[in-house]
Design a protein around this ligand. Structure first.
Ligand SMILES: Cc1cc2nc3c(=O)[nH]c(=O)nc-3n(C[C@H](O)[C@H](O)[C@H](O)COP(=O)(O)OP(=O)(O)OC[C@H]3O[C@@H](n4cnc5c(N)ncnc54)[C@H](O)[C@@H]3O)c2cc1C
Length: 498
């Protein structure tokens, strides 16, 4: 069948990262087969004085590219995945582990250069809503993450080192009687759904988390056996495991290769691959678009000259995260978020809907307190939400507001000036893939046979990744689904198709 390139008109640099030099990550850490090495998985270049980095700013160490197929510019795989964030990489992982199919992952930059590199790492259930359309997928994904951590353990590896996995439990904390009544209903809902949750009144909360000071009427919904992970470490582990299949010719990655067009059969209309500036990557079974917040504009460009109309309104929702290294003022025993986080996540910030990437300021950001302590003892504080286009500039006033908000929960922080922490702090900025309606799109594209989308996970991409990967895998192979995919179809999202 003849294949034709539809259009080559994409911005070759969607992330604003420097593309003139090729990098790939330098892995010097534990892999599937090696339990002894505890080194961090990435080599980052960081400023010794002022650690501020965008998720797409950190510089991986340049090394040779062992998995790049050399020689011809045209390669054929069973599945071609566009996007090497947590969604694309876990989809690749699922195909590699559960089938004999070959997989290529293509990215405009490198893993973690999108939202994934900024992720805080909570894969908790405490803030999720039983019975909601995402609930089943959340629970399945949670089960798969737990299973992965367990299988790592069973192989004699340490999930803490491999994934940054910590069973911290998760808490949704409130300060008022009204908050506590919301939290009590939340606990009941979770219990009814079979999740082992409990309500902590003030004394119980303070004995679990003594650094909190929230007045007399505070309380929390608590899930003791929830876990968190380290996004960058988990990505490194998954990518390393994927690369394991390169030796048998089943895996290749193409980094710094923005996809510029689709290959589509002139006779059948089937999607037969993608084109980058250098490579023609043919797919025998599927092309999966997992390009996070770039998926909408990418799809627009890819189908521009076809008869297909799809509006995939994924928007970048900017988030800042503050990381304080070597934090000693207090110890955080659990993962925490304020009860208002749930609305913060679902609210559409109508005051800042510009897509131009200009005109942003701290006032348009919604801030909600999330606090975790990672495996290296870093205090990680979140987070902000803004719809301000593809802008990833660090805004200091937003960092100030994140710090102040955290200080309302942990008064000790009020005694520490952020300025004094300038040498030990890092700021991460990422663009969450926000979908109006709050659900990701996971499914085939009508009219474009063999093409699938997995995008729009907003603030839950880490949490929902493994369930999403399984769903796409089952769709491509026509297998029965573990979770009903209907709520995630393009049609269910109210998007236009023809
Ligand atoms: C501050 C912050 C905190 C967060 N905390 C959490 C958390 O604790 N838990 C949680 O579950 N989620 C969290 N999230 C959300 C989570 O990070 C995202 O939902 C998730 O990373 C989305 O993954 P993705 O793979 O879809 O997108 P991305 O990670 O953005 O990856 C998309 C990839 O597509 C590539 N791409 C774009 N255009 C092209 C092209 N033309 N060709 C090829 N490749 C292309 C990009 O380079 C990028 O690598 C957080 C997000 C932020 C910003």
């Amino acid at each position: 069948m003849a294949a034709c390139a539809l259009k080559i008109s994409l911005n070759p640099n969607p992330n604003g990262v420097v593309l003139h030099r090729k990098y790939t990550y330098s892995f010097n850490t534990a892999t599937f087969c090696n339990s002894s090495n505890n080194n961090p998985p990435f080599s980052f270049i960081t400023s010794p004085n002022h650690k501020t980095s965008h998720s797409n700013r950190f510089q991986p160490t340049p090394v040779a590219e062992p998995n790049r197929v050399s020689g011809s510019d045209s390669h054929t795989f069973d599945v071609v995945i566009v996007g090497a964030g947590i969604i694309g990489l876990t989809i690749a992982r699922h195909f590699l582990l559960e089938s004999n199919l070959s997989v290529a992952v293509v990215d405009a930059a490198v893993p973690c250069s999108g939202a994934t590199g900024a992720g805080q790492g909570y894969i908790w259930r405490v803030h999720k809503t039983p019975g909601s359309e995402k609930w089943e997928l959340s629970m399945r994904s949670h089960e798969l993450w737990e299973g992965l951590a367990e299988s790592i353990q069973n192989q004699g590896l340490d999930p803490v080192q491999a994934l940054g996995w910590k069973k911290t439990g998760s808490m949704l904390v409130g300060r008022t009687a009204a908050d506590c009544s919301v939290l009590k209903s939340k606990v009941e809902q979770l219990l009814d759904a079979g999740v082992d949750a409990e309500f902590l009144s003030r004394d119980g909360l303070l004995s679990e988390e003594p650094a909190l000071n929230l007045g007399e009427e505070c309380g929390a919904a608590f899930i003791r056996d929830d876990s968190q992970l380290d996004a960058r470490r988990s990505v490194a582990f998954i990518e390393k495991a994927n690369r394991h299949f390169a030796a048998e010719g089943r895996y290749a990655n193409f980094y710094y290769e923005p996809v510029t067009s689709l290959l589509r059969s002139e006779s059948s209309g089937e999607i037969e691959g993608v084109q980058t500036s250098k490579y023609t990557l043919r797919s025998k079974k599927a092309v999966v678009i997992a390009a996070g917040c770039w998926s909408g504009s990418l799809m627009d460009d890819l189908i521009k000259s076809s008869e297909i109309e799809i509006d995939l309104p994924v928007k970048p929702r900017k988030g800042h995260l503050l990381v304080v290294e070597n934090f000693k003022s207090f110890k955080l025993n659990h993962g925490l978020m304020e009860v208002g986080y749930v609305n913060h996540q679902s609210a559409l910030d109508s005051s800042a809907t510009s897509d131009s990437g200009t005109g942003y300021d701290a006032n348009t950001a919604s801030i909600s307190m999330t606090a975790t302590m990672d495996m290296s003892g870093r205090l990680v504080l979140g987070s902000s939400r803004q719809l301000v286009g593809f802008n990833t500039e660090i805004v200091e006033s937003i960092i100030d507001r994140i710090w102040e908000r955290a200080g309302e929960f942990f008064p000790t922080l009020k005694e520490v000036s952020l300025k004094d922490l300038s040498k030990s702090r890092e700021v991460r900025v990422g663009l969450r893939p926000y979908m109006p309606g709050g659900k990701p799109v996971i499914g085939p594209v009508a009219g474009l046979s063999n093409m699938f989308i997995a995008a729009g996970h907003e603030g839950e991409g880490l949490s929902l990744a493994l369930g999403t990967a399984e769903m796409i895998f089952n769709m491509v192979l026509g297998n029965p689904q573990e979770v009903n995919p209907a709520p995630f179809s393009l049609i269910a999202s109210g998007l236009s198709e023809s």
